[in-house]
Design a protein. Structure first.
Length: 279
């Protein structure tokens, strides 16, 4: 039987891990996730009580009105978090150093209405964006670090293999910006920790499995999530550099999203992982 200290450590790690999916308006979820007869206007309310986070993709295409962010906040419970994808016009600029106006328009254009529901802001680069140390450094300098006196969390989702280098890791770590771990064969996938939080997008759900992932795979992700949350790093994921085992282990927030692939199964995968973390 686990000791009291072991239970306490596992419980605190689970609290720091938030698990969810991308969005909440998806018609097939009305067959296997949302209760029959639930009106569409209450889907966020329901989803936010089964999951602990949701990644918003619509903001990648256009920022929302402040009233919309406030409405999202009001429909969700304490402790819930939204991760927002920053608008593509900020990350698709030919010169990233010129993105300051777009960055500020998004961050200071209503995000404060989310209050404590605001989680990480994800800055997704196109697959054609290659690593340019000077331009990326200028971009990172532009990212606001606070909103209404509260710290902001930023993550970078890089989609070009040129970012898989020691120079990128050093630059991201200097600015304490996390890198999205994308569990996909289509994009660079490396688990090197570069910031104060972990952000993983899991893209391998299978339609033939009710929970999206096999039990063994979900068990493995639960173990990795606990390891990340405790301040350590799992040693079974692809990396660029070696794990610094001498580094101080400080507990950190972890965000895990089941995205894409067999999308109809992603809520079940997320709930299965949440159950494992609470066990």
């Amino acid at each position: 039987m686990p000791s009291r200290s072991t239970k306490s450590k596992a419980s605190s790690a689970a609290v720091r891990v938030r698990v969810g999916v991308g969005g909440w308006n998806y018609a097939p979820w009305r067959n296997n996730f949302y209760p029959a007869g639930l009106i569409q206007q209450r889907e966020l309310e329901f989803a936010s009580r089964q999951l602990t986070a949701i990644e918003i993709n619509s903001t990648y295409y256009a920022a929302q009105k402040p009233a919309t962010y406030a409405n999202w906040r009001n429909q969700t419970p304490d402790g819930f978090r939204f991760s927002l994808k920053a608008p593509r016009y900020a990350t698709a600029a030919k010169v990233l150093a010129n993105s300051g106006k777009s960055i500020n328009a998004f961050v200071f254009g209503g995000l404060a209405e989310l209050g404590d529901r605001l989680g990480p802001i994800s800055w997704q680069f196109m697959p054609t964006r290659r690593f340019d140390a000077d331009d990326l450094a200028a971009f990172l300098e532009l990212l606001p670090r606070e909103l209404d006196g509260k710290p902001l969390q930023h993550v970078l989702e890089v989609r070009n293999s040129s970012f898989m280098c020691a120079d990128y890791l050093a630059l991201a770590r200097k600015h304490r910006v996390a890198t999205v771990y994308t569990d996909s064969t289509d994009y660079p996938s490396f688990a090197d920790v570069t910031g104060d939080l972990i952000y993983a997008r899991l893209m391998r759900s299978e339609a033939s499995i009710a929970a999206g992932y096999a039990d063994a795979a979900l068990d493995a992700w639960a173990s990795r999530a606990r390891t990340w949350a405790s301040g350590s790093e799992p040693d079974d994921l692809s990396r660029i550099g070696a794990i610094n085992r001498a580094a101080r282990q400080t507990p950190r927030d972890v965000y895990i999203y089941f995205i894409g692939s067999a999308k109809e199964r992603n809520p079940a995968a997320a709930m299965s992982l949440i159950e494992r973390l609470r066990a």
